[in-house]
Each structure stands twice: as C-alpha cells, then as structure tokens.
Design a binder for this molecule. Structure first.
Ligand SMILES: [Zn+2]
Length: 333
C-alpha cells in the first residue's frame, strides 16, 4: 500500500542528523500489521524563500519528492515591503544546513517601541522584496515544483502586519493563476478573513450576478486554481463553504488527538475524495507520538483514524487519498 504525504518539511533542521537514512526507509516500505506500506510520494513545502530553495533541492535529489514553493504569512515581509518591519525572532529553519541563502540581506535596526523599550526589528528592503518575487516566479517554473505553498494568513503569531500578510497571499494566489499550479493554504486564527479572501479570489475569476460565489459556478471554479486547506482546524460550517468552492482538505496527526472532536466531525462530513493525507512533519505527530518528531511513516495512524471515523476499510483511505493527491498535483497515478 502506498501513502502520499502532501505536506512535509524534510528540509527542517530536525532531520539533519538522519534525513538520508529515514527517507529511503519510509520510501522502500515498512511493515504495518503484516502489510507492507510505503511512502510513495512526498511534497516538501516551502515556508519562506530559503526553504523554498531547499525544497526544490530535496526534490531534485530524490525522484519521489516534489516541491511546493511559497512564503508563509510569518515571512510575508519577504515578498511585500513593510516599512516598519517585524520584530526579530529566532528562526531555526533559516539556519538549516542544506542551503544557506546568500541572497538574503536582512537589515536589522534598533528602533524605539511605543513603550520606550528598544526592540530589534527586521526590515527587508523594497528592492529585495521585488527580487524575491522574481525569484519565486522562477522557482515556480521548475519541473519538480508542483504547488505554491504554504501561503495564507496567520493571526496567531501576527509576525507581520495583517495587511502585509493579505497582500503576500493575494500576490502568490495570482502567481498560481499565472503558472496553473495549485495552492496550499495555511490559516491559523484567521477563519473569517481566510474564507472571505478565498471566496473573493474565485468571485473575481467567476463573478456571480450579485458579486457572490454560488453553487452553479463550482464546476467552472475547479478548472481554475485548485487549493487545499492545509491542517484544517476550523468549523464544520466553514468546511462546508470551502467544499462548495471545490477545495481539498489536508488531514494530519491532529485528527488522532483525544481533544479533536471538531476535526473528527469535519472528517465525517467530508467526502473521502476531498481529503489529502499530510504530516506537516517534523510537527504534528499523531497519537501515540504526540509532541515527538513526526515523519511520513506515521501517516498510517492518520489513515487508520480516518477509516475508523468514516467506517471504511483503511485500504480504501490509502487508495483514494493517493488518487486525490495525484489529481490535485496533476501527476500520473
Ligand atoms: Zn507546513
């Protein structure tokens, strides 16, 4: 049986010790209760310019790995100039070993915050934002790049101002339109704005009479930009809205957590052909590994849980989610 991990971060430093042993191990197949399961394909996601380059590099080194390139809302200022910058954070992935991003010139300046405290702020020059947008367009044109992601809104960390996050999301959505690639959406604590923006993107493409999206347009929409809600964490009602727009749903380790009642309801409601398996590894390990480093092999626990919720044979979950992912990323089966 084959598993398709549609969202991973194997370029993360968490894998620097054993990446080249772990990947062949899970790809070649391992035993799960007498059945051989293998992770047949992986899409490694970018989260900023540096990890987008690293994603492509990993994909070029392994035939079963593909890359998504994109800038996460926490790095939105890499694409859209923000004169006030953002507070400097420790970013472990930027220090990751695979590629050091020499093109990155970050200007750090000490400025006085409202409270009078000195805070270190990162300001990315406008010229560099322009260069990053050009570079991302070039990355998106590479053979092994199969999606734009992960992109969206993150109001939990609010690293960059929300207007900057929205502009970065919008610009990257237009890059997806231009390249024909699907989009991988990250959204945290931003339920209303994300739904409004996604509806807006489709409405702009296919406006209904009253300016809203309606069900009659759904089939046309699925022929434009395809999108997945990665690590879906919102309500059943919102899930139904995204489903009407034809979106896919990335389901991972969270579904196995004891307190994941809401997500279990969402999975129960969704047709299986709208579900993609994803790890988001090294994060989001399923029970019984919660809190530990995740890897694509643990998707067996996620598939079992989905099968249990929907009352299906787990084989059907593997097969259908494999087909879904191939269709989503426009790959042969
Ligand atoms: Zn991710």
């Amino acid at each position: 049986m084959k598993i398709f991990d549609t969202h991973a971060h194997y370029d993360s430093r968490a894998f620097s010790e054993d990446r080249e042993e772990l990947l062949p191990y899970i790809h070649n197949g391992f035993d799960v209760m007498g059945e051989t399961v293998s992770v047949g394909r992986i899409v490694n996601n970018g989260a900023d310019m540096a990890s987008s380059y690293r994603s492509l590099l990993l994909a070029e080194e392994h035939d079963y790995i593909y890359a998504a390139v994109g800038v996460h809302p926490d790095s939105a200022g890499e694409l859209i100039f923000c004169p006030e910058g953002c507070e400097v954070q420790d970013d472990e992935d930027n220090a990751s070993a695979i590629v050091t991003d020499a093109s990155k010139e970050i200007v750090s300046a000490s400025v006085t915050a409202d409270a009078g405290d000195m805070v270190n702020r990162k300001i990315i020059p406008e010229e560099e934002c322009r260069k990053n947008r050009d570079d991302l367009r070039v990355l998106a044109s590479k053979d092994k790049v199969v999606a734009i992601g992960e992109i969206g809104l993150d109001y939990h960390w609010d690293v960059w101002p929300r207007e900057i996050q929205k502009k970065a999301f919008e610009w990257q959505w237009s890059l997806a339109e231009e390249t024909g690639l699907p989009v991988i959406i990250h959204s945290r604590d931003a339920a209303e704005d994300t739904l409004r923006m996604v509806k807006g993107f489709y409405t702009k493409l296919m406006p209904g009479k009253d300016g809203t999206v309606n069900a009659a347009l759904t089939s046309k929409m699925s022929s434009s930009v395809k999108a997945v809600m990665h690590c879906y964490s919102y309500s059943v009602e919102h899930a139904a809205e995204y489903l009407k727009l034809g979106l896919m749903f990335g389901i991972g380790g969270v579904v196995t957590f004891k307190n994941a009642k809401k997500l279990n309801e969402v999975v129960d409601m969704l047709p299986l052909d709208h579900i993609l398996l994803e790890t988001d590894c090294p994060y989001m390990a399923p029970d019984p590994f919660r809190g530990k480093r995740n890897n694509s092999g643990y998707l067996t626990y996620v598939a079992e849980k989905i099968a249990q919720i929907k009352g299906l044979d787990v084989k059907q979950v593997y097969d259908t989610t494999w087909d879904n992912a191939c269709r989503f990323f426009s790959m042969d089966q």
